[in-house]
Design a protein around this ligand. Sequence first.
Ligand SMILES: Cc1ncc(COP(=O)(O)O)c(C=O)c1O
Length: 483
Amino acid sequence: MHEHWIIEALASELDRHSKEGLSRQLTRLLRDWIVAGRLVGEVRLPASRDLAQSMRLGRNTVLYAYEQLLAEGYLIARQGAGTFVNRLFAPAAGPACVREPLLGLSMRGQRLCTGYLRPREELEGAFVPCVPELSAFPHRIWQQLQARHNRHADSRDFNYQTGGGLRALREVLSDYLQLSRSVRCHPDRILITQGAQQSLALVAHLLADAGDVAWMEEPGYLGAKAALAAAGLELVPAPVDADGLNPQGVTDPRVPRLIYTTPSHQFPSGVVMTLARRLELLERAERSNAWVIEDDYDSEFRYSSQPIPALQGLADSERVIYVGTMSKVMYPGLRIAYLVLPDALIDAFRRANARLYPEGHYRLQAALAEFIERGHFARHVRRMRELYRSRQACLRLALGRGAGECLQLSPGEAGMHLVATLPSGMDAVRLAAEASQRGVCLRTLGRHYLGEVGEEGWVLGYAGISEAEIRRGVEVIAAVMAP
Ligand SMILES: Cc1ncc(COP(=O)(O)O)c(C=O)c1O
């Protein structure tokens, strides 16, 4: 890799207005890139003097970062040759990471490409977050339904579509959302999309202009950050405390245009937003004339009590855009999701969606409508809820035995992952790099922060792995944490 690309990437990601010192940022960025495999192999880093000069940084700022990473073992120094990435810290495999920006990319394109992309080993196995149990899905029933709908397809279903999704699917979803999630809904309010990611991009493009401010939960969901940032929004961290997103904790005085939140099960912390906080947030949105994006991605998997009603159903005014997805309750590769929109926005969204992302897969949508209608969906969710509940219990028990008092675990009333926070002084990134060498993925909590990292820890997905894998994974955690 040419050193020039490293300087370019650092220049675009280093935030000179952040409260986090430049030296700390530099250390963190380089460390994250090494762990994520963006600096692959024995890459030579720019000489500290060149880097300092090109980026208008003090030489000591760069030297401190290099020395810190040398001490941590991420870098090695070669007499007379320079400073190199320590090959030992390269992730096991996978060409999935973007290594150098392509010539000709726009600034936006370069920022998008240098953002975090899951390497291959973060797609499956212990403790990859956000992946459901794929082998327990009723594949046979699903295939039969799809085959039948394909056989009896109306040829019009193969043409371009502008209906906002198959009506039959919007009808069953509307019933489901009203009953299970207390969403104020009717079939015409629903727009079917190809994933929450597309829904977020559409919302960002239609409801905000480049340069507008979007509040983003801190820590928060990487996919939402990518979608909002790609639309040119300025992301402002909105801290999450034990009651959920805290509007009073936002220090940036600019008025938000969009507020992104996961109130039913905050991603990644797992906090459920309290009623008082929900009302405060709605009131704040009203006052700011802002739209609230409610991402309700996994609330079907609730273990302790009845599902918490959606924020959208609570609002008097129509300020909340509800984002739902089939990725967790069915499977991520399905790429079917939906938006529930205020009446006044439906037409505009349907038109814009048809222009930007022409619709398709109406036969697949018909199969899904029948899958839900016939009760297969509800049965599958019930079975997965039980499975994930016992996997979470297994993870808690194993961590309790293996990692003792060291790790503090999030409440886990819902969802498919737990957050384990580390005592201060323990380096989550370094330990994750060691675990990765042993085939275990420990997604660092720090990756989910826009600004200064609040707590060090890991996001541990447990839904898609067996209890045996959980126990094996915990043995690796215990081994890397051992003094
Ligand atoms: C907070 C959150 N929202 C949404 C999604 C799902 O997005 P998609 O429908 O694009 O698969 C995820 C998946 O990990 C998520 O964690």
